[in-house]
Design a protein around this ligand. Sequence first.
Ligand SMILES: [Zn+2]
Length: 72
Amino acid sequence: MNSQSTGTLKKIVGFHMDENRDWVADLECGHQKHVRNDPPYTEHHWVTTAQGRLEHMGQELSCSACRLISSR
Ligand SMILES: [Zn+2]
């Protein structure tokens, strides 16, 4: 479908805040990904609102943890 050159695409299944009050996306693979710092200075303002998070449920993010596993 696509090259997946930046990681393995995984769907968002939920969100939570970490201890630094940064939003973290829970991915379907069980890994987690900060929504704010990829790439640097790209802030996802939608993540700060319940409506925005709802709208992005199921969106695919590249999971670098999965990429590490699959490239082994
Ligand atoms: Zn993963």
